[in-house]
Structure formats: C-alpha cells, structure tokens
Ligand binder design. Structure first.
Ligand code: G16
Length: 546
C-alpha cells in the first residue's frame, strides 16, 4: 500500500520523462490519433487514465491499444478498451481529454487526484491494464511510456506485443470473464484463433467454400495474424484456399500504401499490386484488421465493391432467415445500425425488402455498438467495413435451449449458436467478419456476383478536404447536417437540390486532420459533381482566413 504523497511523487517523476507537446488534444473517433512524434506524453497520460478506470471498475482489466489503423505509417494512436471489450464509456473520454491537456506535471497530478475523488476511486485498490500494438515502429516507444504510467500507479500490466485491434478487445473480455459462466474464451492469442476456427467449422456445417479468396492485408498486422489463424483451420474438415497478399510488415513505409480497406473504399478500385485476376474473390483488411471490404474485377464490367453496407445486409438477411427457420421470429428482434455514410440503396433494401428496422448514428463504432446492444440481434456496420453483429444473452440462450421441432430448426439453431461464437462480440473484426461472409456465401452457394445482385447501390463519392480549421464544422442529426459554420448547410442543401436522388453531407474527421464529404446521386457523373461542389463549399467555409 502506498501513501497518496508517494503515489503523487511517483507520477510526477515518471511524467517528467514523458512531456506532452503543447496543443489542444481531443479523444476522437478512435481515441487520440496523430503524428507519432506527438504521442509519447499523451500515451503516458492515457496509462494513468486506464489505471484509474480499472480501479473504478472493481479492478477488472482495462485494455489499451496502440494503433493508427488506416492512417499513414507516420501516425500512431492510443485508445482505451472497457472491461467487456467495448470502447471506453463516453463520459470518460472527457476525463482522458482533461488529463492529456494538463499544462504541467503538477496540474496533471491535480486532475488525476480530483478525478479519483470525484469518482470515489480507491487508489490503493488493485488495478490491471493489458495492451497491444500494431506493426508501426513508433509503437515500441509508446508502449514504454504506457508502462511507465502503469508502474508509477502500481498497476499490474501485461504486454501482448503485436496484435490486431480486435484481438486486444477479445483478450480484455476473455481476461475479465475467465472462469465465469459467461467466459469468452481462453486468455491468449491462441485462444482467439482456436475459438474462431472451431466456430467457423461449426458454422459451415460441411458446406464447401468455392474457389480461392485473395486477402490484401494493407501491409499491416492482419497479414501475420491471418497467416497464423489459417494454421488452426482443420484441413480435413474445411478446404479454405486463402492467398494472403500485401503482408509486408518489415517495411513500415508501405503500411496502408495503395492497398487496404480504406484505399479500396475511398478510391473505389482494387489495390494496383498485386493486380487481382479477373473474377477472383478478393477482400482487403485495414492497418489494424478491424475493417473489411470485398471486391472483384470483371473483364467486362470492371471493378465491383462489396462494402460494409453490403456485409450488413448480407448478415442481416442470413441471420433473419435462420431466426425464421429456427422458429424464433416472435421471441427475438433484429435491427441494423448504420451511419450517414450508408448507401441509400442499402438502407432501402434492409428496411423495405428485409423488413428490418435501421437506426442511423454518428460515425465511430463506439456509437453504433451501443445502439446495436438494444436489439436481441444488432447488426452494425459502417460503410467503410467496420462492424460486427451483437447477440444478446437472451438470444444466445434461445439458440442453445429452445427445443427444435424439426431437423431444419435444429440446423438453424446450431448455425445461429456457432455465429454467436464466430462473430467478435466486442468490436468490428475483419478476420472474424471475413469468416462470417465466407460461411454465408458457402451456405447460399453464392459468388460475389450473386451477392452483388441483391440490390443496387446509388453511385457515390467520398472526398477528403483539408481545411484551415476542421473544428469549425459542427453537426447534428447523426452528422447528416451542419449547424456550423453558419450558412454552410444552406449552401449544401442548394447544391443537393440540383441533382436527382441526391444526398450529401460534410463532417470533420475524428481521426485525421481533415473534413470528409459524402455525396450520392442517380449517376456517377452527378455524384462526382455534387461531391466536388460540396467540397468547394467546405473549403471556403473552413478557411481560417475567410
Ligand atoms: C476509425 C473508427 C471508425 C471510423 C473511422 C473514420 O476507424 O474506429 O469507426 O469510421 O475511424 O473516422 P473519421 O471519419 O472520424 O475519421 P479506424 O479503422 O481508422 O480505427
């Protein structure tokens, strides 16, 4: 047990080794994310918060992930994972922001102690933090800053070294449920692979996977981790022919460069290297393997992409059919959660054709996750390929305990139970989502072309606009409209009116120093023109010299 004076002294001494660079920091869409040179002090302070959070949550393990996911290699980031593997509770984001913005070591200690007092945190209680990082070289020193904060606060810590983001989320939940009836899985990376491989075999129920799948790993952590996972798939039970490409993690500069899910989604084309064979089933992960996009190129019609909206509609369709076959339609509800980036074509298909309600939230899986938890089965995906399917405790119980009246019902329940294990319940997980898609395609005996024919996307375009001050842009209505700068929304509305079936919006990114503009319309030419017009409006209103 340490006295509060020695606790303060330990933090002061450690903090002196990890100064922050003066500027305003904000816990954004996915934690603090910026050029890695600015992050040493930030990561140290996040370590302090993680230890407080653990003590605030009955000494359960809290996760810290060091990654900048889709951002360029020079960036890095740090985010906190709550005890059940979901993102840090939003109220605590402001505490993280306050700690990181402290102007001196003394002020830092004051804010830290005030937070402990306000939240009635016992600083002598045990605390535990587990952490991992992606393949960025800067991760190494940031982890050292984090460990210094954990040592200074007497926090037990486990360094899981290089992991995908969803693996760290898995480990947090597994750690906190170990030995309990709600156990999530073995507390190891191996446990993660075993759980997924076992559930994948069960989900397939002997169905054959057609042809080869080429997986572009963005030259990030997904490459080695996917290769490792594949060793766990039993060859005698599943013939899964995967070709892993863009898996070079030794040259940091190629991370996310002209490859990966963000490239494919924003550029709407396949990575140039290796050029996909026409007709080959392909998918791309992002830099920390939590996003997934499918695509193929056709010799006649060219590139075709199946993004997060397509994955959401495929999963919602398949699962609602299974619920029907299992005779559980009246006892379990299902809903889909999307953001403003969801293609209007997908929203129409899900609500009108599948008859499943759709809720729209602000960007960031932390927002979608909480809304999805309100359904027995909550399917949530961002158009960029980040998402998952959540099953409530009632749903999981029903899959295991309901008495099947026919072999068909029994099969449906077994597949549903296997999906609840296969699909990561903590956060979007590209490897797990990929196995889900592969299992559904195998059950339906579908090619990507069959899948693509379920509905028509409205032509759309996403543009990144650099502005003088992105914080001028304030939104409402789940980020579909701008309240500030004044006048900007009226101009956007005026632009949208000029096109048919059109929709457009602008918002400040929470992971990059830029604004994003999305536009969709009846034709590609119109969507492009509208996106350009709105981008010019944003440029004008975002200029600080205006
Ligand atoms: C992160 C978030 C996603 C979000 C994306 C872009 O993804 O986890 O939920 O969609 O950033 O956010 P923004 O438009 O605010 O920059 P990732 O894969 O980079 O961690």
């Amino acid at each position: 047990v340490v006295s509060s004076a020695s606790h303060d002294a330990a933090i002061l001494a450690a903090s002196a080794k990890h100064p922050t660079v003066p500027q305003v920091y904000k816990y954004g869409t996915a934690g603090f994310r910026m050029n890695a040179d600015l992050l040493d002090g930030v990561t140290f302070r996040v370590g302090l918060l993680a230890s407080l959070r653990s003590r605030n949550k009955s000494s359960t393990a809290i996760g810290v992930m060091i990654t900048a996911s889709h951002n360029p290699a020079v960036d890095n980031g740090v985010k906190i994972v709550d005890p059940l593997g979901d993102m840090l509770e939003q109220e605590w984001e402001q505490y993280a922001t306050a700690l990181v913005n402290a102007k001196s070591d003394e002020e830092l200690v004051r804010i830290y102690n005030k937070l402990a007092t306000d939240q009635k945190i016992d600083l002598t209680a045990k605390a535990k933090v587990i952490y991992g990082r992606d393949t960025r070289p800067s991760g190494h020193t940031l982890v050292a800053a984090l460990a210094d904060a954990l040592d200074a606060t007497n926090t037990q810590h486990v360094d899981y070294k290089i992991l995908t983001t969803p693996q760290l989320h898995y480990l947090v939940r597994a750690t906190n449920t170990e030995g309990k009836p709600i156990t999530y899985g073995k507390v190891s990376e191996e446990g993660y692979y075993e759980k997924l491989a076992e559930a994948f075999v069960r989900a397939l129920q002997g169905r054959k996977i057609q042809g080869t799948l080429q997986v572009d790993c963005a030259n990030g952590v997904g490459g080695p981790k996917l290769a490792e996972f594949l060793k766990y798939v039993p060859k005698d039970k599943v013939d899964f022919d995967v070709k892993v490409v863009n898996d070079d993690v030794l040259r940091p500069e190629v991370l996310n460069l002209d490859c990966g899910a963000d490239f494919v989604k924003t550029k709407q084309r396949a990575p140039p290297n290796p050029k996909p064979e026409p007709g080959l089933r392909c998918c791309s992960l992002d830099g920390d393997a939590d996003r997934l996009i499918y695509y193929w190129t056709d010799p006649d019609t060219g590139f075709f992409m199946l993004d997060g909206d397509r994955i959401a509609s495929l999963a919602a369709w398949f699962i609602s059919e299974l619920i029907e076959s299992a005779g559980l339609r009246d006892s379990l509800n299902i809903g889909v959660v999307q953001t403003a980036y969801a293609n209007g074509g997908s929203t129409n298909f899900i609500t009108r054709h599948l008859n499943i309600p759709v809720v729209c939230t602000a960007t960031g899986v932390k927002h979608l996750h909480h809304v999805a938890q309100q359904f027995d089965i909550g399917v949530y995906f961002e158009a960029n390929g980040h998402g998952t399917v959540l099953f409530s405790a009632d749903a999981r119980k029903a899959f295991k305990q309901a008495q099947p009246q026919s072999p068909g019902q029994k099969d449906a329940m077994e597949i549903l139970a296997s999906l609840a294990d296969l699909i990561n319940q903590t956060v979007g997980d590209a490897i797990s989502d990929m196995l889900l898609v592969e299992a559904i395609l195998a059950h339906k005996n579908w090619t990507l072309r069959d899948w693509a024919q379920t509905y028509r996307d409205l032509p759309n375009r996403l543009v990144r606009v650099e502005v003088g001050d992105k914080d001028l842009f304030q939104t409402y209505d789940s980020e579909r409209r701008l309240s500030h700068p004044e006048g900007a929304q009226d101009e956007i509305d005026g632009a949208v009116k000029k096109y048919s079936e059109a929709r457009a919006f602008a918002r400040a990114s929470g992971t990059e120093n830029a604004c994003r503009v999305y536009a969709e319309a009846a034709s590609h030419a119109q969507a492009n023109e509208l996106a350009d017009r709105v981008a010019r409006i944003v440029e004008r209103y975002g200029s600080t010299s205006q």
